[in-house]
Structure formats: structure tokens, C-alpha cells
Design a protein around this ligand. Sequence first.
Ligand code: SF4
Length: 225
Amino acid sequence: MNPLSFSAINTFDTCPKQFHHLYILKDVRSKTTEANLWGTKCHKQLEEYIKEGSEITEPAARHGVPYITAARTTLLGCSERVEWKWGLSADWEPAEFFGDPMLRGVIDYLALSEDQTKAVVVDWKFGKKKEDLRQLSLFALAVFCHFPAVGKIRTIYAWLKTGDDTPTVKDYVRDDIEILKCEWLGSIRQVEERLEVDVFPPKPSGLCRGWCPVDSCTHYVAPRG
Ligand code: SF4
């Protein structure tokens, strides 16, 4: 099986048929929107700010700076990783992102205390606020597996579009690791079971109205205009 990511599993949960086309058949690609391009630009500006102190010109990206300052202050002398590509093997060992991991992902910003016992993970969000902690739980699992000394992790969705939204914050401790493994293994098994029977049923939703890239699907409705 190809490595799974949060996006792949989330797509599978949203619509198995869309997942099949995007991640297995690979005969369609996600639509690139103006909002995606802008989000990528903001991520890049934050990356360069963290690495080199470069100027941030996008007002939304500037809203991310207090999160970096707070992590650097709380975890004095911390080491940082930006756009950190991680992988996890089937036995939850650290693996290369570009190897053949079971799971993989990218963490926008990771700060580790000097003794590596505490961590802060921040995911920059440039869309509408949603309360879904699943991606944070996967990031926490990745950090616990890669850094065995880490006992506590503060994970944050930083909603930067307007700067008015309060962040979504979830703390994890190492004792949570078995529950996290269990939850993600359950999601992975569901995908594996579908792959075994090779049946990926459509799950119609509002996405069918022009947002889904599978325009060959009988549920697809072309956007107006
Ligand atoms: S059009 Fe709707 S049902 Fe069909 S693949 Fe896309 S999301 Fe799924």
C-alpha cells in the first residue's frame, strides 16, 4: 500500500470513491484554487521568517509570528523544525518521508525543548475555522514516535486568515500514545479493507457540486458559470 497521510485518510472518510481516484488510480488531481496558492505563499513566508528572520509581507502570515515567539519563550533554547517531513513504519518506528512508510505527513512548525522532553506543534491554517482535532492527534503521535524523550506536546491549529479566531489547542502526554496508535490503526485498517475488496463506494455530499475533481462520477454536478 502507498504511504497514507492525514489528507488521504480524511478524503477516504469523506468519500471512498474520491480517495480511490486521487490516491490509488491517480487519474485526477486536487483542484488548485486561488486560496490554495495564497495559503502556500503564506506558509513559505512563515518558513523563511522562522529560518532566516525574513520579512513577512502577507498580513495573515504575520498573525503566525506570536505563536513562534511564544514557543521560543516557553521552550527557551529550543530546537526548531519547519515544514518537517516525517514518516512512521508499520511498527510505529520513525521512517523516512520519501521511503516506504505506513504513514507520513508534514508538520509546519515543531519546537523541542533543549532536553527534548516538551514540544510545541503548530499547524498554520488559512481557511475557515473547523474544530477537528484528528490532524493534531496524528502530529502528536508522530512526535512521540520520533522523539522518545518527549513527554508532553502542545498541539495548535493557528487560524491566521483574519487573526480574530482563537487557536485550537490540544495537549497530549506520552500515556496517550497507545490510544492514538489504536485510533489511527483503525483508520488505516478501514482503507486496507477497501483495498482488499477493491470497492470504493461514492459518498455524495456538497463536494459533488463542483468541488470534487472526479468529474466522471455520476454524482458530480458541474459548477454554474
Ligand atoms: S462527485 Fe461526490 S460522490 Fe462522486 S467522487 Fe466526488 S465527492 Fe464522491
